[in-house]
Write a protein that binds this ligand. Structure first.
Ligand SMILES: *[C@@H]1O[C@H](CO)[C@@H](O)[C@H](O)[C@H]1NC(C)=O
Ligand SMILES: *[C@@H]1O[C@H](CO)[C@@H](O)[C@H](O)[C@H]1NC(C)=O
Ligand SMILES: *[C@@H]1O[C@H](CO)[C@@H](O)[C@H](O)[C@H]1NC(C)=O
Ligand SMILES: *[C@@H]1O[C@H](CO)[C@@H](O)[C@H](O)[C@H]1NC(C)=O
Length: 966
């Protein structure tokens, strides 16, 4: 049949998915920047503009299928398939699946015949592909993803060691399963359900053990461990961080972890332990035990390579996968630990995360509402006045000329102010990153002075989305009626790259923040068709900051902490929408099929643009809408959260989920985006985010200012956490390099680093930065303690307090109450680790020229190890690098150095934690260190060596060295 018309497609879409969009018009808060009549010169203040009628932004009133009591269950009505014509070899099998009965045609038309192809692809990967046997583009909506868009993992030379086995049957209809060979554990099975394969509806159901531990299936605001009674919709949406609903990004991947009694592998029928069983057994070990956990975990991963809108219905013992089209293209990663699953997923399927430049790990300050170059400079200067490190100042859409990409407001951010501002900013080794939106303003053809060259060049190159009739698709975003780049068009990327290169000559940015990339449009369909002569027009809703509109409320507890600033509350409504499913790309591809990758593609185009602007340098991009694999080009921020304690908490599971998705460069709007923050929340949050890779404070227009210097308590909390962050920059950078080269993670869940402790399976109120830093933040108001666990103790592990260097006296598996007054974030160093440090400077450039240091945290048997990676901090392919390894045992630290990168910084301090029973002579390469440089405290067991610079002239890592303290 022919492709559905817009109305059919869109109603199918909305009615299948439990979409945020379908409900958001009554519940969402404003999602992003806009303009204000009260705060800056805007179109509304100098001429009256046509306002798009509110009705233009109201979609059809549809009940998502999942909530519709009338909706039929495809499982009850559809016949499933029968497999035949089986062909098998040692690398897999193929078969033909034919409809096992009368077509049910419940949400489209059943496809009569399908091809099944199973491949044992490598030693850790199995793939299962089911696609229509007759892929005729004219009568099928089963759009097949081009390899050039989303690569498909290919079979490797050997799969001899693959621990996964495929099985299938035809009773009652075709089903398939994946089993772990070594244990017999069934990881995935559709047995007992029917495969439903229609042109716009593909459903299969896999059974899971009770109390399953599942992670991923994003993007979503949810606890780290997915609960087993909700629908995970995957459909890119511009919406301000609603809980449990679909958001900006699409990551059809999950990690599943199962806990067994240790030694379970010898028992072929061992089943996973349920959470309830584990609980009854008090986790099987006594308080204080360090005799070894009786449990172990086994993890695997599943990636559904499909771009379509998708619902994953999580129920107590099953997942129902419903997609709006495409192939079933499943990849199973054998693990069998989380780090292995994540590495396998990244290295074979989606790509390793981009290496970031050193400067990107400095602190970023942003807000919507910085009004001119002067004010921007004042913000940067005030940060310095308060001695709060700041690396990069950002601008939201305020800088643009009437919200058009690649422009500057001629009055407030006048081009004549650029040279001064950037000469000064760059002279201080600081950076600037602007927001850039997905939509492109379409000028009013009847007004010559409205001409917009970026549009004209794109239009001439044919790079914008069309309607099915070939006319331009015209939606509406901040500037008025807009068009949208088609990244599948042959000139789309090169046009964007050229716009970036040209604009850089005017505005010397250091990176790009790409926003509204779902791609968002504020009206349904091509609403600007026939109305472009009205441009510029106002969006169909009031914007934050406009008179009589939104007054933001304050965080929980604000009335106690900051009575004088309390204000009344009411949130505005904002319908949220995207370009319609019938918008047409090059070669007739419909937005219906590729909606979820628009944001991924603009990230790719922007990556190419930055490579052209900065040849050979690492592009820095923060993108809003991401897809599996976006991490190889960009980082991500958590979107439009709110200044609420709950959102500060949710930043942790969101970050950990993005670790699984291969996007380690993650952070959220610190202190909260929507609404007013307060001193207490902002102080806690500035401290928490200091341990996230991407560290930025940002908020909405109209909310009170929230730069960290606005309150003394926030300023001092920020300084103290930033001191730790900047001290640890070499550690963070090394973690990133490891992520970039191996697929390891940067922010880690406790369960991943300590896989033998079932009680950690859902912990997301604490996290680890790499393997060795444990952060236990305060996540609620009006407390001065926090409860947290110290993982690993059951297996003989230990922790040291960051601040005192003393060994933590905690028991295994017990929630410990930790003192955490305002301004103090509990941070712990893992026994057995060596952390490379550097003395903090105001900027990362200064930090990078300061003396190095080491924190050697000895395990209970007196050992520790670690590593450090050093390069020039910015080259895509550095010509020289340094890899330094540290190994401590028997009161001796050995340092090995490989690589030719020249670093002249000396070694300043070495702090050794856990030095018991006194220390003898301290020697560096056999030369005795002067007693004046040694500070040993027998009670705290901390040995501090300082002033070592004399002994390491020319550079700490010039040659191998040994330090001894016996
Ligand atoms: C599942 O969620 C629904 C809707 O939130 C709720 O009504 C129902 O009680 C839940 N079921 C279980 C078993 O928790
Ligand atoms: C293996 O585990 C199953 C299920 O827990 C149990 O019934 C069986 O006795 C075990 N077999 C051995 C040999 O331990
Ligand atoms: C910049 O904006 C501030 C705040 O609106 C205003 O007080 C100041 O006059 C502006 N400065 C310039 C140079 O426009
Ligand atoms: C187009 O403009 C007319 C006024 O000229 C208005 O009545 C109509 O609602 C507009 N359509 C949309 C979708 O904005």
């Amino acid at each position: 049949m022919a492709r559905t018309s817009f109305l059919q497609a869109s109603s199918l879409l909305s009615s299948f998915l439990a979409l945020t969009n379908a409900q958001a018009s009554n519940s969402a808060t404003p999602t992003k920047a806009g303009w204000s009549t009260t705060l800056n010169g805007t179109p509304t203040s100098f001429r009256s503009v046509f306002t798009i009628p509110a009705s233009a932004d109201v979609g059809a009133d549809l009940i998502p299928n999942i909530q519709d009591p009338q909706a039929v269950n495809a499982q009850d009505l559809c016949p499933g398939y029968t497999a035949s014509q089986l062909q098998q070899n040692d690398r897999g099998l193929s078969a033909v699946l034919t409809l096992a009965g009368k077509a049910c045609n419940v949400y489209g038309n059943d496809i009569e015949a399908l091809n099944l192809k199973v491949e044992y692809q490598s030693n850790d990967r199995l793939s299962i592909n089911i696609r229509p046997a007759n892929l005729d583009a004219s009568n099928s909506s089963q759009w097949i993803i081009p390899e050039s868009l989303i690569p498909r993992p290919a079979a490797e030379s050997s799969a001899a060691d693959l621990d996964l086995a495929f099985a299938w049957g035809n009773e009652p209809s075709f089903w398939f399963s994946v089993t772990r060979k070594s244990s017999g554990d069934v990881l995935f099975t559709t047995e007992g359900s029917h495969l439903v394969y229609e042109n716009q509806f593909v459903e299969f159901v896999n059974s899971l053990p009770e109390d399953y531990n599942l992670y991923g299936l994003g993007e979503r605001i949810h606890g780290l461990k997915l609960n087993n009674n909700f629908t995970a919709t995957i459909y890119a949406a511009d919406v301000g961080d609603p809980i449990d609903r679909n958001l900006y990004g699409s990551h059809p991947f999950y990690l599943e972890t199962r806990y067994f009694e240790a030694g379970g592998h010898s028992n072929k029928t061992k089943r996973a332990l349920k959470a309830s069983e584990l609980h009854q057994r008090s986790f099987g070990y006594e308080k204080g035990s360090s005799s070894g956990s009786p449990y172990k975990s086994v993890s695997h991963g599943v990636y559904y390579r499909n771009l379509h809108g998708m619902d994953v219905v999580l129920q107590p013992t099953s997942l129902t996968w419903r997609s709006l089209g495409g192939e079933i293209d499943l990849f199973f990663f054998a693990g069998e630990t989380q780090p292995e699953v994540t590495k396998q997923y990244q290295t074979s399927a989606i790509g390793l995360p981009a290496m970031q430049s050193y400067w990107t790990f400095g602190f970023h300050q942003c807000r919507w509402g910085y009004r001119n170059w002067t004010e921007l400079r004042e913000i940067v200067e005030t940060m310095r006045t308060f001695n709060i490190p700041m690396e990069t100042i950002w601008l939201d859409i305020d800088y643009m000329d009437q919200y058009r990409d690649f422009t500057l407001d001629p009055v407030t951010f006048s081009p004549s102010g650029v040279a001064d501002f950037f000469g000064w900013l760059h002279g201080n080794n600081q950076h600037f990153v602007p927001i850039v939106d997905g939509a492109i303003y379409i000028p009013n053809p009847q007004n010559a002075s409205d001409a917009y060259d970026t549009y004209n060049r794109g239009n001439e190159s044919g790079v914008f989305l069309k309607n099915p009739d070939g006319s331009q698709y015209i939606g509406a975003v901040w500037p008025g009626y807009t068009v949208f780049p088609d990244w599948l068009s042959s000139n789309g990327v090169s046009w964007w790259v050229k716009e970036m290169v040209e604009w850089y000559k005017e505005v010397p940015f250091s990176g790009f923040w790409v926003d509204m990339t779902e791609v968002s449009s504020f009206c349904v369909g091509s609403c600007g068709t026939g109305n472009v002569t009205l441009n510029p027009v106002h969006p169909p809703f009031s914007l934050p900051g406009e008179v009589g509109n939104i007054v933001f409320d304050y965080p929980e507890g604000f009335n106690i902490t900051n009575v004088t600033e309390a204000a009344s509350a009411s949130a505005g409504d904002l319908a949220v929408h995207a370009v319609s499913p019938n918008a047409t790309h090059a070669n007739g591809v419909q937005e219906y099929d590729v909606h979820n990758v628009w944001g991924h593609q603009i990230i790719n185009a922007t990556y190419q643009g930055l490579l052209s602007v900065f040849p050979g340098k690492r592009p820095f991009i923060i993108g809003r809408s991401t897809f599996a694999g976006s991490g190889k080009w960009a980082g991500h921020w958590g979107g439009d959260n709110a200044s609420k304690w709950a959102y500060m908490f949710f930043s942790i599971p969101q970050a950990l989920s993005f670790s699984l998705f291969g996007i380690p460069m993650f952070g959220v709007d610190t202190c909260g985006f929507n609404g007013n923050t307060d001193a207490e929340l902002c102080a806690r949050w500035m401290q928490l985010s200091a341990f996230f890779p991407f560290y930025r404070n940002h908020n909405v227009l109209s909310a009170i200012p929230q730069e960290p210097y606005r309150w003394e308590s926030v300023a001092s909390a920020s300084r103290s956490a930033m001191h730790i962050r900047y001290t640890l920059l070499p550690y963070m950078y090394t973690l990133f390099h490891q992520a970039h080269t191996t697929g390891s993670t940067v922010m880690r869940a406790l369960a991943w680093e300590f896989p033998n402790e079932p009680q950690l399976a859902a912990v997301d109120t604490q996290f680890l930065l790499g393997p060795n830093i444990l952060v236990t933040p305060v996540l609620e108001p009006q407390v001065d303690t926090v409860n947290g666990v110290f993982p690993g103790i059951v297996d003989g592990g230990s922790w040291y307090d960051w601040y005192t260097g003393e060994r933590v006296n905690a028991e295994a598996g017990v929630n410990t109450t930790i003192s955490a007054p305002l301004g103090h974030i509990p941070v712990f160093v893992r026994g057995g680790s060596v952390l490379p440090t550097q003395e903090p400077g105001y900027t990362t450039t200064e930090s990078r020229s300061n003396p190095w240091g080491l924190i050697v945290a000895l395990s209970d048997v007196g050992e520790a190890s670690g590593s450090l990676y050093v390069d020039d901090g910015e080259s895509l392919e550095p010509s020289e690098t340094l890899d330094i390894s540290f190994a401590a045992m028997k009161s001796q630290l050995k340092v090995e150095v490989t690589g030719g990168y020249k670093d002249n910084n000396t070694l300043g301090n070495v702090t050794i934690l856990g030095v018991k029973g006194g220390c003898g002579q301290v020697q560096l390469n056999g030369a005795t260190i002067d007693a004046s440089k040694i500070d040993y405290n027998e009670t705290s067991t901390v040995l501090k060596l300082s002033g070592l610079d004399d002994l390491t002239k020319g550079g700490a890592w010039q040659v191998a060295w040994t330090l001894s303290w016996a």
